[in-house]
Design a protein around this ligand. Structure first.
Ligand code: RP5
Length: 161
C-alpha cells in the first residue's frame, strides 16, 4: 500500500491534538493516509472538491473530525459514496455533546458512522478504518489482528501498584 487509502480531514488545526492519535494508530497498522484541515463552514468549496474527488483519487475510507456545529462528516457523506467515520471533538463549552449530537443525527439515507467523543473516538476511527480495509487486504488484516492480540496481552499482564 503506497497510495493513501484513508483520508483524515478535520475542521481546524486545533483538532490535530486529538486526531494525531488517529494518525498514530493508522501508522501502527501500516495504513497509508493523507491528512488535511478542511472546514464545512470556513472552506465549503474545498470541502466539495476534496470529497467529490476522494473516490477517484483512490481513497477507501474517510475519517472526518469536527467540533461544535460538527457538520463536516455529514457533508462528506453527502458528497461521496465512501464510508465516512465521524469523530466528534471535545468542545470547550459543551464538552463535545454539541459535536456528538450534530454529527450523529444524520437523516436516513446518508450514513455517518460516529465514534466516541475525543481521543477514544480518534483511535477507534483508525481501528475501524483498518477493519474495513482488512476485508480486502491481507496485510492490514494481520496488522489489525496483531494490534488486538498485543492489546489483550498488555491488559492481561497489567500489574497494579
Ligand atoms: C470546528 O470548530 C473545528 O472542527 C473545531 O473543533 C472547532 C473550533 O475551531 P477553531 O476555532 O479552534 O479553529 O469547526
Amino acid at each position: 500500500m503506497t497510495k493513501p487509502a484513508v483520508g483524515i480531514i478535520m475542521g481546524s488545526a486545533s483538532d490535530w491534538a486529538t486526531m494525531q492519535h488517529c494518525a498514530e494508530t493508522l501508522d501502527q497498522l501500516g495504513v497509508v493516509y493523507e491528512k488535511r484541515v478542511i472546514s464545512a463552514h470556513r472552506t465549503p468549496h474545498l470541502a466539495f472538491e476534496w470529497c467529490t474527488s476522494a473516490e477517484a483519487r483512490g481513497l477507501k475510507v474517510i475519517i472526518a473530525a469536527a467540533g461544535g456545529a460538527a457538520h463536516l462528516a455529514g457533508v462528506a457523506a453527502a458528497l461521496t459514496p465512501l464510508p465516512v467515520l465521524g469523530v466528534p471533538m471535545e468542545s470547550a463549552s459543551l464538552k463535545g455533546m454539541d459535536s456528538l449530537l450534530s454529527m450523529v443525527q444524520m437523516p436516513g439515507g446518508i450514513p455517518v458512522a460516529t465514534l466516541a467523543i475525543g481521543k477514544p473516538g480518534a483511535i477507534n476511527a483508525a481501528l475501524f478504518a483498518g477493519a474495513i480495509l482488512a476485508l480486502s487486504d491481507a496485510k492490514t488484516k494481520k496488522a489489525v489482528d496483531d494490534y488486538r492480540t498485543a492489546q489483550t496481552k498488555k491488559v492481561a499482564e497489567t500489574q497494579l501498584p
